[in-house]
Design a protein around this ligand. Structure first.
Ligand code: NDP
Length: 282
């Protein structure tokens, strides 16, 4: 069984990004990511701190706009408009969730698709589904694809099951596996026989958000298991959506939690940012 080490692959990706950032700097372009955070959600504060540290590691300038929870939608849209017009800003990321009085979709839609570091803008989502290359892609599924490549897993012709259909993970994950010629099934909370679907999957991607919902005994012998889930148990332990030990006993390759998809998601944000910066000098 091959343990797909997200930390190690993320370190390799970061090394590549750092090289690209230096090459751009030599051409007079300092890659910049701007993060917008509204209010005081504690998890958001931790995520944003992590993103800043990642940027520092690879030489990307990161700027955070931390606005009070009372910020109006109009004020937020005005800030996005300013950032869209600022040539020093290559990537813009609005940390979710936003306060309830703000229309999240309207804010994400206001980000220029050419600065959309998360790849959530409808133009970029559409571009992924019709196969337009060179646009930013959602970081988590993009990170999973890179992990499959590093583990020498070619999705072509394989049965791939994605459990979870969110806009940030499940749906774009299915599109990326389809693009690489897998036969894709997308399961969700109304799927009739999840165990049966899992049992047929050569590649299983679990993005559910429920601790160990996918039983190891369901996993097909020799399958590749990618666990996106991050669930904190009452005792503080972090576990995935798949029963790790039992699944690992059947899988040919599997990602751990933590140390699997999480570090890759963070690394892919840096990739998106430097790619957006490169596009400004082409
Ligand atoms: P969402 O809550 O947006 O989506 C969860 C999906 O799981 C939904 O489509 C839901 O179905 C489906 N689901 C829920 N219960 C079941 C069930 N019993 N059987 C089958 N499907 C079910 O979550 P996200 O996509 O945002 O995140 C998923 C998980 O991945 C979370 O644990 C999150 O923390 C983690 N995550 C990890 C990241 C990383 O970097 N490692 C990045 C992003 C997320 P339905 O649509 O029918 O409700």
């Amino acid at each position: 069984m091959n343990l797909i080490d997200g930390k190690q692959i993320a370190a390799k990706v970061k090394g590549e990004v750092a090289t690209e950032v230096r090459a751009l700097a030599a051409r007079g372009v300092q890659t910049g990511l701007t993060v917008v955070r509204v209010g005081d959600d504690p998890a958001s504060a931790i995520y944003v701190r992590g993103k800043r540290k990642d940027c520092e590691e690879v030489g990307i300038t990161s700027v955070e706009h931390h606005l009070p929870a009372t910020t109006t939608q109009a004020e937020l849209l005005a800030l996005i408009a300013r950032l869209n017009a600022d040539p020093a800003v290559h990537g813009i990321l609005v940390q979710l969730p936003l306060p309830k009085h703000v229309d999240e979709r309207a804010v994400l839609d206001a980000i220029s698709p050419a600065k959309d570091a998360d790849g959530f803008h409808p133009f970029n989502v559409g571009a992924l589904s019709i196969g337009i290359a060179g646009v930013p892609r959602p970081c988590t599924p993009a990170g999973v694809m890179r992990m499959l490549d590093e583990a020498k897993v070619d999705p072509k012709g394989k049965r791939a099951l994605v459990v979870g259909r969110s806009n940030i993970v499940g749906k774009p994950m299915a599109m990326m596996l389809l693009e690489r010629h897998a036969t894709v099934t997308l399961a969700h909370s109304r799927t009739a026989d999840l165990a049966g679907e899992v049992g047929r999957a050569d590649i299983l991607v679990a993005a559910i958000g429920k601790a160990e919902l996918v039983k190891g005994a369901w996993v097909k012998e020799g399958a590749v298991v990618i666990d996106v889930g991050m669930n904190r148990l009452a005792d503080g332990k972090l576990v995935g959506d798949v029963e790790f030990a039992a699944a690992a006993a059947r899988a040919s390759a599997i990602t751990p939690v933590p140390g699997g998809v999480g570090p890759m998601t963070r690394a892919m944000l840096l990739v998106n940012t430097v790619e957006l910066a490169k596009r400004t000098v082409r």
